[in-house]
Design a protein around this ligand. Sequence first.
Ligand code: NAG
Ligand code: NAG
Ligand code: NAG
Ligand code: NAG
Ligand code: NAG
Ligand code: NAG
Length: 238
Amino acid sequence: MARGLTFTAGVLTALIAVVLVQETCSDAAEVNDHHCPPSSCGNIHNISYPFRLKSDPEICGDSRYELSCENNRTTVLYLFARKYHVQEINYNNYTIRVVDSGIWKDNYFSFPSDSLNRYNFSQYRSAYTTYLLKLTAHSIVTELSRSVVLMSCEKPVLNSLFYLDASTCNIDSGEDFKKRYRYVKVGRRTNASDVEDSCKVEQMFPTSWPGNDDPVNTSCTDVHNELLYGFELSWLLI
Ligand SMILES: *[C@@H]1O[C@H](CO)[C@@H](O)[C@H](O)[C@H]1NC(C)=O
Ligand SMILES: *[C@@H]1O[C@H](CO)[C@@H](O)[C@H](O)[C@H]1NC(C)=O
Ligand SMILES: *[C@@H]1O[C@H](CO)[C@@H](O)[C@H](O)[C@H]1NC(C)=O
Ligand SMILES: *[C@@H]1O[C@H](CO)[C@@H](O)[C@H](O)[C@H]1NC(C)=O
Ligand SMILES: *[C@@H]1O[C@H](CO)[C@@H](O)[C@H](O)[C@H]1NC(C)=O
Ligand SMILES: *[C@@H]1O[C@H](CO)[C@@H](O)[C@H](O)[C@H]1NC(C)=O
């Protein structure tokens, strides 16, 4: 009996040792496999794990976080088959900030041709989230962006503090755009009661612009800045 116990204990110890050694080895292997010296592209100098550039050795980074370097200048993230320009990667808080590539940077700007909101991310089990788990005074989930909402209305909306008449902004979106009344509304949430009767939500674009997020008295400049700043996503999945 005593011999049997000792034997069992011996086998267990050996097993644990094997498991430990294997874990240590695979940890080491992982470091060697995926962590490479940082890559650089244009203004983004710190492209490192989990990110990788398409041109990096196969072994670097995580393929779900692949970026491309276009013309050696622009770091590009393809998301749902759309092209976004990477503005910064923050390893301190696990966020990447991107801007839709269809927005122009001069006096005129256009809205991206595709809406994007948090449902796009939940729908496709994206490798990114639109929120960050972070303990604040009010909650542990921090939304990383709010929405710029483009409304399309049959009738003019008069005297609304929340609706910015899009025709007063230099938006280049073709003739079709001018056939209806277009308004822009900015805010963390747009609920049904915020949508005027003759209007419907046409498109939504995320923004993380740290400037004015007061939905009252938004200006064209605010909207321009909001779209140009782009939005943060997190790669911290749970
Ligand atoms: C680059 O990113 C790594 C994490 O991947 C971090 O440890 C390092 O401090 C960053 N360097 C700079 C200059 O931001
Ligand atoms: C990018 O840079 C690499 C190395 O500096 C060079 O070989 C390549 O031709 C450049 N490509 C473009 C499109 O400029
Ligand atoms: C993450 O860090 C960047 C750079 O420090 C900062 O601009 C950004 O607001 C941070 N995002 C969050 C959600 O804390
Ligand atoms: C996000 O989802 C909406 C439908 O909810 C779709 O119209 C839009 O094209 C999607 N955006 C992208 C970038 O795929
Ligand atoms: C919806 O918006 C109205 C007016 O801004 C506000 O009074 C109400 O509390 C909001 N409801 C929700 C569920 O956010
Ligand atoms: C919004 O703008 C109107 C007209 O310029 C002004 O009378 C009103 O006080 C402003 N409201 C806020 C909350 O800034």
